[in-house]
Write a protein that binds this ligand. Structure first.
Ligand code: 3PG
Length: 307
């Protein structure tokens, strides 16, 4: 009987945990739940004798992997796996997977929630603008980007996308206009929605030069990662351009400075909320449990990210 730990500092909805339990226990394995653990010491203790771990944004580094002597697989229930030290996992002979697409509609819907809030002046009673007819730029056309495009059609937006890895023909097939560079995307669009992962190449890549290309009253929406923003440069730009707005689902490191300097044109959720829906939790959590069972029982490595 394998021991499968769900280690989520930001817990799944209870109904998702129930579904995960059904998959794990149905396969004859044991489910252990560690929620809202706060300190790393509790995680280090909980991983000691488990075979598999399901996480969200929880940090799996070399210290956690050292402590997890029986560990065979970690599944990040979600898309971004920048919270897992892949090299250390490979060195420990631990398979790492994500669950691509399972929570992407939830993130895309939140992007629109924040967009509407921003163009309606954060509901302060003054006249705002509408999304209909505006140009939307989707920066990275992956699972979330595609859902953003689908929803944007309903709003009647003109949709553009840039993706360094997705062929223009795939973007075009969705009725979205591909552009050749991030510079063109930002120069063209009234609203840019960020969907790039945090990698060595993308960290700090969204800053003064790029966002500064946006037309008057530009709005930047970030439901991706805070690390992709060059915060010092964005602050400088927003100081120079009082027309720009920034809304984010990931509190900037300089969150207090943003809030103090840009009242009325900056907003951050207090805690990353993009994937925090019952549906996304059920989809990603149950997919993670099934992927673990497939790996442990049949050696299936689909969705492995540390190849
Ligand atoms: C993801 O990468 O899947 C999203 O950022 C959601 O992250 P969360 O599970 O920590 O909310």
């Amino acid at each position: 009987m394998a021991k499968i730990l769900v280690a989520t500092d930001k817990p799944f909805a209870a109904i998702a945990v129930k579904g995960i339990r059904e998959v794990v226990e149905g396969a004859g394995d044991e489910l252990i739940l560690l929620e809202k653990y706060g300190e790393k010491a509790k995680l280090l203790d909980a991983v000691k004798d488990v075979d598999a771990i399901i996480i969200r944004s929880d940090i799996i580094d070399a210290e956690v992997l050292d402590a997890a002597k029986q560990l065979k697989i970690v599944v990040r229930a979600g898309a971004g796996y920048d919270n897992v030290d892949l090299a250390a996992a490979t060195a420990h002979n631990v398979c790492v997977m994500n669950t691509p697409g399972q929570n992407s509609n939830a993130v895309a819907e939140l992007a629109f929630g924040m967009m509407v809030m921003a163009v309606r002046n954060f509901y302060n009673g003054t006249s705002g603008t509408e999304l209909k007819g505006k140009k939307l730029g989707i920066h990275a056309y992956g699972n979330v980007g595609r859902n953003v495009a689908r929803i944007a059609k309903g709003f009647g937006m003109e949709i553009y996308a840039f993706d360094a890895f997705c062929p223009a023909s795939v973007i075009e097939a969705d009725g979205v206009k591909p552009v050749a560079s991030p510079e063109e995307l930002y120069a063209t669009c009234d609203v840019v929605s960020l969907h790039i992962p945090a990698t060595a190449e993308t960290k700090n890549s969204i800053g003064y030069a790029l966002v500064g290309k946006m037309p008057k009253n530009g709005l930047l929406v970030n439901t991706a990662r805070k690390e992709v923003i060059n915060e010092a440069e964005l602050i400088k730009l927003m100081e120079e351009r009082a027309d720009l707005k920034y809304v984010t689902d990931i509190m900037p490191a300089a969150g207090e400075e943003f809030a103090a300097k840009f009242a009325g044109r900056y907003f951050s959720t207090p805690k990353k909320m993009g994937a925090q829906t019952a549906e996304a939790n059920i989809n990603a959590g149950i997919a993670a449990a099934k992927q673990i069972e497939g790996f442990l029982k049949e050696g299936c490595e689909k969705f492995r990210v540390n190849k």
